[in-house]
Design a protein around this ligand. Sequence first.
Ligand code: GLA
Length: 395
Amino acid sequence: MRLRSWWNTAVEAMAFAAILVVGAKGVSAQTIAATPPMGWNSWNHFHRNIDDKTVRAQADAMVSSGMRDAGYVYVNIDDTWEGQRDSQGNIQTNSKFPDMKALADYVHSKGLKLGIYSSPGDKTCAGYEGSLGHEAQDAATYAAWGIDYLKYDLCGLRTQLKAASAPEAAHQMMVDAYIKMRDALRKTGRPIVYSLCQYGNDAVWRWGADVGGNLWRTTGDITDKYDRMTEIGFGQAGLARYAAPGHWNDPDMLEVGNGGMNPEEYRQHMSLWAILAAPLLAGNDLTTMAPETVAILTNREVIAIDQDSLGKQGDRVTAEGPLEIWAKPLADGSKAVGVFNRHATSLSIAVDFKQLGFRKSVQVRDIWQAKDLGTMSNAYVVPVPPHGVILLRVK
Ligand code: GLA
């Protein structure tokens, strides 16, 4: 018994030492975004009307709604928290955020993490203070506050990029700006998720991982409209090979629950983002969610598709006008299959499992209905509601 407890202690000590060694070398991107980041961001719903009190309320609601237990963890403050710099050039919060460290402590006490926002330019998109020339200082400030996530939004740097001598020079300037903040974040020793936001310029998916991005926006801003959501979501075809554990394509934050789409459309939105292995950052007011919104955002089986450990993004398999079938390979050898209807009336479609790469009969589960459909050997003919989705798990 004694020997055993001595041995256990020794093993624990060795494991702890190993963690310290890894920590000393710096936390790898793989460790901090092994699956697409999940959480909430203030911009889509609150825009500039965000403050300490509201962020705390969102953190509370993330817990009470069951979202935290479903996997949501980051509480991200977007633009408009920034104040002036002090005489030493340290960034300060404005009056809406009296004490960022205290806010981080509060969010952490709930088992959640806090995210913040800045720009590689001198100004952010909303015209607040950016990080240009203060990168190391800002990263150190974020680390001291206890920040866990940084969205770094190109905006202000566009003036400089426009003045560059050639497109190549502008590209290099942008890449250098992202590398500069990557290095600054790494130097803090704190694991901070690095989110690149530059709207997909210069095919960021080809170089986003090289500049340290854990995720990179592939498009301009989403809005709470079906047309914009589908333009962005279905426009991700072909990007799958650029995503992997540690670095993800980001088709922008969720609009689920903001009121501009109906539940069918929001289910399509959520299903498509899950097949895309997209970061799941809710963009609604978590304190006033209808049960239907909670049900969409916390569906465990949908989240499991997004967060699958294989880390492969799904892609389009076929399109027939407004009918599209997308598939995502999963770690257990099954596939998530999204059957999407972009038309405003119901349409039926035959899902051909051979075309999806299955040679024998398959077992099929309808995810939103939470129902096993049994074994199928031929095509599955199914009506898809207007702007709706049938999400399957096929094995
Ligand atoms: C840009 C980004 C948005 C948001 C705003 C804030 O438009 O793409 O996601 O961060 O800036 O000003």
